[in-house]
Design a protein around this ligand. Structure first.
Ligand SMILES: CC(C)(COP(=O)(O)OP(=O)(O)OC[C@H]1O[C@@H](n2cnc3c(N)ncnc32)[C@H](O)[C@@H]1OP(=O)(O)O)[C@@H](O)C(=O)NCCC(=O)NCCSC=O
Length: 576
């Protein structure tokens, strides 16, 4: 039912009226958008209040970037655009990093920002928070729209929703100038101007010829490999993907946010034999994974000497041949493509040779066996492996819990150590390797799914969104944050010999992040050994109380982040 603003007062002509505020709310509700991630302020404070009053869940953050990361990951988890609402200029700019992040990661998200008056902005006459936000947003998102008239709100939102979720999903900017909210119109006309978006992300069926070509190439392989990316996780075609991978018998390598599509403990999983499968495979089928820096662009040392053929399944045709030749491009949505593969494989599919699958399995078992004793140490202060060994078991016992993970060492090591068992349970830094996604993603993850969250955070990474522990306490969310506190970035032992300033990468020694959570009424624990950590995390995950555990890690433990260290000028110099 339409929200009505007021009644007109002219005697004898009384009629229901609506306004910009109510039309935005009605348009969101009509399209099933029931959560807004926001930071209140001029000119959108009342939009937040009225949305809440109208039954939309409005989650208020302490910083727009975190609200934006929440909206982006909500989009990834639900396939509906996550909405972030901000004030003009500075609030808009704070939200923009998250919008660009959503676009890069192909998360459907809409950043809605209030803006100042067009007439003044365009003449640059110095309005409150004056900025041409539409122009600034454009290069950072899939689409950007501005609505000037209340009767266009329905169309504006419909365009934003469709742009965010159709084809390759991404971020969309919607500019709502302050004056729009107060524009009044007849409620009937307002209701008629709303648009319900039908079939916002239509299936894109791949051509039968492309499906056949892909299967012919896969069939011809001696050492095939399937790489699953987060596009495959986004597709929510979990059963189809599992059936296809199992029917093919091909080893699969999950990118980090695709972990759990099939369990990391699945006999075909090659996660723990990564170097081997990348180097030695002869045919690689990418499903919702891009050949970007995370896959060394499909060439070079990582991929070994043997010639390789790539098959790629992606909804975006321009993705094909982006880095190397794709001999079998399959353009379509992942669910449709994988279903088509299953059907075209028929009953006569031959699994790859046992030589190959056994070699992969044996490499994987070796690596897992090498890692196992490290995970069982009970050193105090802890090293990464001792602490992660505990968390691995926490997730094993609670496969529905969502793991949020960011940091440098904390990310690189947790990715390998903590096995995932179900799809879309691992949420991390994504394509950019960005720090700061932690608390925003944790908050949206539990709100959107109803599952508890374990957020495993480097001390530096946590700092970007740390103030949101207040938000976690305010909404009483079942989030357990574990901070791997080694007193600094990479390590806590760097020394500056040039003057009395601390080294650029170190933080206050012995900091007690747990006190931050206590300040807002949550549970704070300082854990100095794996045993203490285990007790504290289990209690937090069972109680569902907002908890922050300061896990004391040896400051000397850790190194520059994985392969990224190679991009660091210092390590390049060291190598020369
Ligand atoms: C680019 C990458 C995909 C590639 O990483 P790699 O180190 O090559 O691979 P990983 O998958 O992490 O695996 C490392 C090794 O561990 C092995 N491995 C993996 N899982 C396991 C388990 N469960 N047990 C034992 N061994 C394992 C795997 O086979 C590799 O060994 P081998 O097979 O022997 O090689 C990754 O580094 C990545 O996602 N980086 C993003 C980092 C990021 O965004 N950082 C934020 C920047 S922070 C600012 O500084």
């Amino acid at each position: 039912m339409l929200n009505t603003a007021t009644k007109s007062e002219a005697p004898g002509t009384e009629q229901e009226l609506t306004d910009g505020f109510h039309l935005v709310i009605d348009a969101l509700k009509l399209n099933g958008i029931n959560t807004i991630y926001n930071v209140p302020g001029i000119p959108i404070t009342d939009l937040g209040r009225m949305s809440q009053a109208a039954g939309i869940r409005v989650i208020s953050f302490r910083h727009e970037q975190n609200a934006g990361y929440a909206a982006g990951i909500a989009g990834f988890l639900t396939k509906k655009p996550g909405v972030c609402l901000t004030v003009s200029a500075p609030g808009f700019l704070n939200g923009l990093t998250a919008l660009a992040h959503a676009t890069t990661n192909c998360y459907p998200m809409i950043l809605i920002s209030g803006s100042s008056e067009r007439e003044i902005v365009d003449l640059q006459q110095g309005d409150y928070e004056e900025m041409d936000q539409l122009a600034i947003a454009k290069p950072l998102c899939k689409a950007a729209y501005r609505v000037l008239h209340a009767q266009d709100i329905g169309i504006g939102l419909a365009r934003a929703i469709r742009a965010a979720v159709s084809g390759r999903p991404g971020g969309v900017y919607l500019d709502l100038p302050a004056k729009l909210f107060g524009q009044v119109m007849n409620a009937d006309a307002g209701a008629k101007s709303l648009v319900k978006v039908i079939d916002a992300a239509p299936a894109q069926i791949p051509s039968p010829a492309s499906v056949k070509r892909a299967l012919d190439v896969l069939k011809s392989a001696k050492r095939p490999l399937i790489i699953l990316g987060k596009g495959a996780a986004y597709a929510q075609a979990d059963e189809e993907i599992k059936s296809f991978v199992e029917k093919s018998g091909v080893p699969f390598l999950p990118m980090s946010m695709a972990k759990g599509l099939l369990p990391d403990t699945h006999p075909q999983c090659a996660g723990a034999a990564r170097s081997t499968v990348l180097k030695e495979s002869d045919v690689v089928m990418l499903i919702g994974a891009r050949l970007n820096w995370l896959l060394s662009h499909g060439k070079g040392k990582t991929w070994g000497e043997a010639p390789k053929k790539f098959i790629q399944v992606d909804i975006e045709p321009k993705e094909m041949d982006s880095n190397v030749e794709i001999v079998a491009p399959v353009v379509g949505d992942i669910g449709s493509a994988v279903s088509a593969f299953i059907q075209a494989m028929g009953t006569g599919w031959t699994a790859p040779s046992a030589d190959w699958t056994k070699a992969v399995q044996s490499k994987r078992e070796d690596n897992v066996a090498k890692m196992a004793p490290k995970l069982m140490n009970n050193k105090s202060p802890m090293d990464y492996h001792g602490a992660l060994g505990v968390l691995k078991n926490v997730i094993k016992e609670r496969p529905d819990a969502i793991l949020v993970n960011e940091g440098a060492n904390t990310l690189d090591l947790a990715r390998g150590v903590i096995d995932m068992y179900k799809p879309r349970k691992r949420l991390d830094v994504g394509t950019w390797g960005v720090m700061g996604i932690g608390m925003g993603q944790a908050i949206a993850a539990t709100l959107e799914t109803g599952h508890p969250v374990l957020a495993v955070e480097g001390d530096s990474a946590f700092g970007f969104s740390g103030m949101e522990v207040e938000t976690i306490c305010r909404y009483n969310l079942p989030i357990c944050v574990v901070i791997f506190n080694n007193d600094g970035i990479y390590r806590g032992t760097d020394v500056n010999n040039a003057n009395s300033d601390p080294a650029t990468t170190v933080f206050v020694k012995g900091a007690r992040y747990d006190k931050m959570m206590e300040a807002f009424g949550g549970v704070g624990i300082n854990a100095t050994s794996p045993d203490e950590l285990k007790r504290a995390v289990n209690e937090a995950m069972d109680s569902g109380k907002p908890t922050l555990i300061n896990a004391v890690i040896d400051p000397a433990a850790g190194s520059e982040s994985g392969r990224i260290g190679n991009l660091n000028p210092q390590s390049v110099l060291k190598k020369k």
